[in-house]
Design a protein around this ligand. Structure first.
Ligand code: B3K
Ligand code: ZN
Length: 869
């Protein structure tokens, strides 16, 4: 249902709210035929705002009554607003509405899932529950009462502390909760369901006892301990690293199977996608365990960075998200493996954020305008936002950053603030001038930094020249870019005293390093000190040297990625021209050395170093993407390595087997990762022996990491007849069909397959009982993953595009947020050849021309077509 005409909202138009809401009292009467919500708001005029009409936000509300100070009020209602005039300076506003959570397929507001009723209010879901001034700078105290059938919904939860509960007529019961903290409406949550609970507690540094609880669907308690552990570790870590203690008496996490995104940081009552709570070694992989650690921590960390200090308006989203991602990254690095954490962060940034910043949805980490805010929960706001925070720490140091955080909370605890407020606290605590740095908040696009070096042998002077540009925004002013560098000699020794952080501030700049005996090899942008493209005309010999000797693991890995990227892109050009790719011996030799030194360098690092850059990342480096040639080239390099290093891969595969019991520790996970990389390469040989090995691993594995890695490698096999493939896929489904999250993996492994018949398989799977078009996890697993399958989604005949358009149109009305995420699969369409572009344009126009398109999808599709949204 279309509720209003899409309108663009601008940051520059911000004005404070005309009214404030000091206290909110809500009563939910939950019944099978609908829920009645009675809201009693203690309101007053905002002394700093210009007097104006009171306008409340609402969506799909059926209004039963409106009263001011106990008397029926005169009001004007539209589908999305309720306006009142002639109000006293302070008053009580009571509204009664009926809502239909059982029919709420958008999963925004109050909605039904298998085990009960759940809410999702960020960004603007609260207005789907009751009339309200639904914006984050209106912060209120809440008292909430829920009534529901006792047998069907024994658990009744809301934010804060339980204050009273009891039974009532007809087998119903009620519970009242009070949240002592002021909060914006987007952090509101309630749950009514039949759920099991795992309880624990945590004693804070100052000795307060916090009651912890994780609520899950019945019979899943044995999949909760890891999340509980992660929660306690996060609480301790935030005390130690940032001096931040939990302020709550009760901290609850509720897991729900139908959820649009990962998790939500509602004050004291987080609601999570089951994917980021449930884990047991036979159903979850090492990566799942680590993601749970990170997401549990992320939502917990929001309690300070987001909840105690929140956003003034939705343009400031990165204020809480960039900062909180940075915090969860640091936690993950401390808990697991700092080296590979950084590598994976950058891999993710390049796969998702760099293309976003170069495509139709490009926006600064603080957008200047939006049509639908839900479209801006993006890799840019989150991941590039975290890179911007990391640069602040790089510029002022860890201690300076900590002092800045202390200052931020000292100034702004309890307030709704802006990104400027955060940076001002950092500046005040460190004395650093961030004026130029603020451009990172206001300009879109990934800066390109071109570097070159020259050596004056007579003077012993090495000169590094940098030029920066921003192809996405040619009028962009130069950024302040911290570039960490070090110099190496020809044998790969780090030159003492050469490690430093250069600050690029101008479009062109040079730096001198003196007293050098010979021309050094520079290692630039160590630890990925800024989210930029860095070009330097490295020779293959220099890159091989850095791969072998650079002590910064990120830049060692980066050297290998640069070597591989050049080879694959050259090979893709050769293949497109009908020639065979050529591989220099030096590359396999470098890979062999990596395998031989895995014990010293760490299996996890070597696994990352032997993983070639992804097709999506490589596609960004091509003028016109030829997905078939790129796919063939990358696979050919994998096969080349497999042929050259078969003995090494087999040997290591055997040597890395783990005999002790499974544990999702960094050490074990690293071994498994490298062993599965070896298996993946052996499978490139396309031999029966390799397939039998994979099937054997699949059948014998006592953990999901190994079982799934074997399944994934078999799922790619393209032989006419591969009994092992069919056997493994069938067995996997038969074993796990009742574990929803494992079924998602089964769908994903087929939609991401390299096989040419993947689209046909995906289409067939949409009719399989395993698929559910109303469940976001299933849609992401099968449909969105297919959209990320570069070679199959971008099939030359346009079949992938047409399929995706059908799915988007099928979904846009039922769940606009999820449909809009699917529409993002078209982001890169202008990077392909004319024929593909014609097909993509036709698919996009077909979506755009659909009557009553939701504004979420409309914004993405019109931007993609290059039309103003
Ligand atoms: N803040 C939520 C995201 C809400 C998304 C709304 N469309 C999760 C998080 O970042 O922690
Ligand atoms: Zn967040």
């Amino acid at each position: 249902m279309k509720t209003d005409t899409p309108q663009t909202v601008y940051l520059k138009d911000y004005t404070p709210p005309a009214y404030l809401i000091d206290h909110v009292e809500l009563d939910f009467d939950i019944r099978a035929d609908g829920t009645t919500v009675t809201s009693t708001l203690a309101m007053r005029r905002n002394p700093v705002a210009t007097p104006a009409t009171l306008v409340l936000d609402g969506e799909e509300l059926h209004t039963l009554s409106v009263a001011v100070d106990g008397k029926p009020a005169t009001y004007t209602e539209t589908p999305t607003s309720l306006s009142l005039n002639d109000l006293p300076a302070a008053f009580t506003l009571q509204t009664v509405v009926r809502i239909q959570p059982d029919h709420n397929t958008r999963l925004s507001g109050l909605y039904r899932s298998t085990d009960g009723y759940f809410t999702q209010c960020e960004a603007q879901g609260f207005r789907r529950i009751t009339w309200f001034i639904d914006r984050p700078d209106v912060m209120s105290r809440y008292t909430v009462t829920l009534h529901a059938d006792q047998a069907t919904y024994p658990v009744l939860l809301a934010n804060g502390n339980p204050v009273a509960a009891g039974a009532e007529a007809d087998g119903r019961h009620w519970a009242t909760w009070e949240d002592p903290f002021k909060k914006p409406a987007y952090l509101f949550a309630v749950v009514a369901g039949k759920l099991d609970v795992l309880r624990d507690s945590f004693r804070t540094a100052s000795g307060r006892e916090v009651q912890l609880a994780i609520y899950v669907e019945p019979d899943k308690l044995d999949q909760c301990p890891h999340a509980m552990d992660a929660l306690k570790k996060s609480m301790k870590w935030d005390e130690e690293r940032f001096g931040l203690e939990c302020d709550l008496d009760h901290y609850m996490i509720v897991a729900v199977g139908d959820f649009n995104m990962g998790a939500m940081e509602n004050k004291g009552l987080n609601i999570f996608n089951t994917k980021y709570v449930l884990a047991r070694s036979d159903v979850a992989t090492d990566v799942d365990f680590e993601n749970i650690d990170r997401v549990v921590a992320h939502e917990y960390f929001h309690n300070w960075t987001g909840n105690r200090v929140t956003c003034r308006d939705w343009f400031q989203l990165s204020l809480k998200e960039g900062l909180t991602v940075f915090r969860d990254q640091e936690f993950g690095a401390d808990l697991h493996n700092r080296q590979t954490a950084r590598i994976r962060e950058v891999r993710g940034l390049r796969a998702a954020q760099f293309p976003e910043d170069a495509g139709p949805m490009a926006h600064p980490i603080r957008p200047a305008s939006f049509v639908e805010i839900n479209n801006f929960y993006t890799a840019t706001v989150y991941e590039k936002g975290a890179e911007v925070i990391r640069m602040i720490q790089t510029l002022i140091g860890r201690d300076g950053f900590r002092a800045g955080m202390d200052e931020y909370f000292r100034r702004h605890d309890g307030q709704a603030v802006t990104c400027e407020d955060f940076v001002a606290a950092m500046a005040a605590a460190s004395g650093f001038d961030f004026a130029q740095f603020m451009r990172w908040y206001n300009q879109p696009g990934t800066p390109h930094v071109a570097a070159s070096g020259s050596f004056d042998a007579a003077a012993g002077r090495y000169t590094l020249r940098f030029t920066q540009s921003n192809p996405r925004a040619s009028d962009a002013a130069p950024y302040l870019i911290p570039v960490r560098v070090a110099l190496f000699d020809g044998e790969g020794h780090l030159l003492a005293g050469s490690e430093q952080t250069l600050q690029l501030t101008a479009t062109e700049q040079e730096f001198h390093i003196d007293n050098l005996a010979a021309e050094p090899v520079p290692s630039l942008l160590r630890d990925f000190s800024a989210p930029v493209y860095l070009d330097f005309a490295y020779t293959p010999e220099q890159l091989t040297l850095l791969l072998a000797h650079e002590s910064d693991p990120f830049n060692a890995w980066e050297a290998g990625q640069r070597l591989a990227s050049t080879l694959i892109l050259d090979a893709a050009r050769a293949i497109a021209a009908g020639q065979s790719p050529q591989w220099p011996d030096s590359f396999a030799a470098a890979a062999r050395r990596l395998l031989q030194t895995q014990a010293q360098r760490g299996a996890a690092f070597v696994a990352e170093a032997l993983t070639l850059p992804g097709e999506g990342t490589l596609a960004e480096m091509m003028e016109v993407v030829d997905p078939d040639a790129l796919h063939a080239a990358r696979n050919a390099l994998r096969r080349h390595l497999a042929e050259e290093l078969e003995g090494e891969f087999s040997g290591l595969y055997a040597a890395l087997a783990i005999s002790e019991a499974y544990a999702p520790t960094a050490a074990q996970a690293g071994r498994r990762a490298l062993r599965n990389v070896c298996l993946g390469y052996l499978m490139e040989l396309d031999t029966d022996a390799a397939r039998r090995l994979a099937l054997q691993q699949f059948e014998k594995a006592d953990n999901m990491t190994d079982q799934f890695a074997a399944l994934a490698s078999l799922a790619n096999v393209n032989a006419e007849l591969c009994p092992q493939r069919e056997q493994a896929l069938a067995a996997f489904y038969a074993t796990w069909q009742d574990e929803a999250l494992v079924v998602d993996k089964w769908l994903a492994v087929q939609s991401t397959s390299r096989r040419p018949d993947t689209l046909a398989t995906v289409k067939a799977l949409t009719a399989h009982p395993a698929f559910d078009a109303g469940n976001p996890n299933k849609i992401y697993a099968l449909i969105r993953n297919f959209g990320a399958n570069l070679v199959r989604f971008n099939a030359a005949d346009g079949s992938g595009y047409a399929f995706m358009a059908d799915r988007i149109l099928d979904l846009h009305d039922r769940n606009p947020q999820v449909a809009s995420r699917l529409a993002r699969c078209f982001d890169r369409w202008k990077k392909f050849d004319d024929t593909r572009q014609d097909h993509a344009r036709a698919a996009l126009q077909r979506i755009r021309n659909h009557p009553d398109l939701s504004r979420d999808v409309l914004e993405v599709v019109t931007r993609s077509l290059g039309e103003a949204a």
